[in-house]
Write a protein that binds this ligand. Sequence first.
Ligand code: FRU
Length: 336
Amino acid sequence: MKLGLWACSAFAAIMIVGCGSGDSGGSTSTTPGTTAEKPAGTTAGNLPLVVFSQANSADPWRQQFDAETKAAAEANKSAFKFEEQAAEDDPNKQISQIDTLMLESPKVLLVSPAEMSVRTAIEKAFDKGTSVILLDRGIPGDKYTVHIGGDNVEIGKQAGEYIAKRLNGKGIVLMIQGKGGADATNDRREGAMAAFKKFPGISVIQGDDCKYQRQAAQSYMETFLQTGKPFDAVYAHNDEMAIGAYQAYDHAATKPKTKPIFVGVDGCQQEVVQMIKDGKLDATFRYPDPGPKGIEVAAEILKGNKPKDKKIILPTELVDKSNADKYLAAHPGLAK
Ligand code: FRU
């Protein structure tokens, strides 16, 4: 299905979460222009082609990522043609989407891998001479041009330290895991575990893989609460899961007497900041959208300027009750 990116990107700047709520798995959006009678990797008017393979387009963080990437690509429409496909977080689907996109011989492949196993298709593209820009989640090895994203080990470390301090160094942390096979999940876990190690009074329950999804975390938490096992904090690898876990706790008949601490990652939604202000969630760590930087780097690569560093780290920031209003003012484009 073709999404009319004309319509989409024209409104993207004002409607940050706009075109395609729900996963657009398999969908393709393109900037205008025909592709007939063209040399490989270029389009009508001889514009080079930049393609983007998105892990999924379903959750608020990804929807914002998509909208901002499309808006940035639209601003560069005189320099290159842009196409995107999303893969419903399914690595096999993403591998075949990348293989298909590569048939168009793009000059640059932007890719946010659903899982590290997508590396097979990414490496094939890189070996073909395509510049590869990894966004957010990464792959092992070095067969890519540059990786742009947050430092998930550092985010995990900061989240762990925040929780341990809030618990005065003593308590049980339930860790709700993001998608298995994604490096972001391992890094957010390992970073936190390294921080908890310094606090002998902290113990950790390794919770289920809830795939970074609100509903999955809510169901998991409902079942967990029924066991009656004690816990003092929930560390969810993203905000959607922190919200799901909080909602299960809020509605539960049996729950800990003292409200546990709830901490997530992303900081891309007004809803989350409001829940922090209301004392429902305790903190989140901003995980910036790497899309606009990815487009900027793609445009530079097309001009012959390869990035010097293989990793471009986007900074994180703690959001809790003390700075929630300031954070909202500093980030007026947060999703609703
Ligand atoms: C969205 C998401 C974000 C998270 C990122 C990790 O699909 O789950 O919530 O920060 O992916 O790769």
